[in-house]
Design a protein around this ligand. Structure first.
Ligand code: PMP
Ligand code: GLN
Length: 387
């Protein structure tokens, strides 16, 4: 048979699908793929259900339904002081995954160099490669995962024209701090570069920190495409409703890519999300507080068994060093081992690396019911003889 896509023909299946499949087969508690085990607010689901019955259930505008675009614009203003024109600066997509694809397609040309930080979400590099852009991967290291600003500056000085930033950052839970955002903004402005910001975990930031979009930094408003996802804000990951906020000149080519990727997104779900984004502050604060308590619950449980748990300031995830348990093998071996033997699934952190990766860290997802987290800890404790 003819050669298939050089990017996708030889690519493996995403680690999330693999580990969730293995967890199902093994009857394991799935702390691998990031999804809550309780569906999000009933009133949001009800709004979508009513919209399904009331209709219309036909193609919405490719930009998204006005109600949701207005809600996204207002959300940008309410939380970050960003003044957004809902008609010209908001695009609704089928999840952040599509938003990322469309944004990279809209921004990059073949041969362009784009700066990425690893560990990184697994869709970034294949999409860059598909476009023919060259990823310049900058590795961040535990425990603080701080940005080597000199490396970023050198890449920009040598001609990189864009950067992709994920804050809060999957899988390591890094939340970019004010100094880093200021330094990045200054560099990007100086080199006339564009930022694509994956901010799907914007409302999952802990310990009193506030999420700060790079887009709100001086000089960044016109050169940033900011990506959000309802899946994470409303604990409804299966809905796959995402969006891009960007200045008109930047959003325009992103919209053209979107029109040939999915064109549009289910209108009933868009109505539900529009309803949700108008919820009061209590909802958003409660979400972060609940997840912070779960982070702590799982972190303490794993630490009691002997894992060395790395700090996480946001997202659904903690990473833990399993070497103190005496396991000799890679992170992939470890995650498969605990899935089949202890009946608890996790994801190997090396799956988030393009190059040389640490092999001693497993990522655990904590957005589960307390009793599920407790049972997972109990199973691991029993398995490692620490019960
Ligand atoms: N970016 C990051 C960093 C993620 O962790 C995820 C996973 N949900 C996505 C993008 C994709 O989000 P969505 O489900 O809205 O496509
Ligand atoms: N973002 C989720 C995670 O990191 C998974 C999303 C997916 O399965 N594609 O676990």
């Amino acid at each position: 048979m003819k050669d298939m896509s050089r990017v996708f023909g030889s690519l493996g299946t995403t680690i999330f699908e693999v580990m969730s499949g293995l967890a199902r087969e093994a009857g394991a508690i799935n702390l691998g793929q990031g999804f809550p085990d309780i569906d999000g607010p009933e009133d949001v689901r009800r709004a979508a259900a009513e919209a399904t019955i009331d209709g219309p259930n036909q193609y919405p505008s490719m930009m998204g339904i006005p109600e949701l675009r207005q809600a996204i614009a207002r959300h940008n203003g309410r939380f970050y002081g960003l003044d957004v024109d809902w008609q010209r600066e908001v695009l609704v997509t089928s999840g952040a995954t599509e938003a990322l694809g469309a944004a990279l397609m809209g921004v990059l040309n073949p041969g362009d160099r784009v700066i990425l930080f690893e560990p990184l979400y697994d869709s970034y590099i294949p999409i860059c490669r598909l476009i023919g852009a060259e990823p310049l991967v900058v590795t961040l290291s535990p425990p603080d995962w701080s940005v080597p600003m000199d490396v970023v500056a050198a890449h920009l000085a040598e001609g990189a024209r864009s950067i992709l930033i994920n804050s809060p950052m999957n899988p390591c839970g890094k939340v970019f701090d004010a100094a880093e955002l200021d330094a990045l903004a200054a560099l990007l402005v100086r080199h006339d570069a564009v930022a694509v910001c994956d901010e799907v975990y914007e409302h999952l930031v802990f310990d009193g920190r506030q999420h700060a979009p790079l887009m709100a930094r001086p000089g960044m408003r016109e050169r940033t495409a900011r990506i959000g996802s309802a899946g994470k804000i409303f604990s409804l990951t299966g809905w796959k409703v995402g969006w891009v906020t960007a200045a008109p000149a930047l959003l325009q080519p992103i919209t053209k890519a979107h029109q040939f990727l999915t064109f549009t997104t289910a209108p009933n779900l868009q109505r539900g999300v529009a309803f949700g984004l108008a919820k009061d502050d209590g909802y958003f604060l409660g979400l972060a507080a609940d997840q912070q308590a779960k982070r702590d619950r799982l972190s303490h449980g794993l630490a009691r068994i002997g894992f060395q748990v790395l700090p996480s300031g946001g997202t659904y995830f903690i990473s833990a060093d399993f070497r103190p348990l005496g396991f000799n093998g890679t992170d992939e071996d470890f995650c498969r081992h605990i899935t089949t033997e202890a009946k608890v699934a996790a994801v190997p952190v090396s799956a988030f690396y393009a190059g040389e990766a640490p092999r001693h860290l497993a990522r655990f997802c904590f957005c589960k019911r307390d009793e599920v987290l407790d049972e997972a800890v109990e199973r691991l404790a029993r398995h490692f003889g620490r019960g």
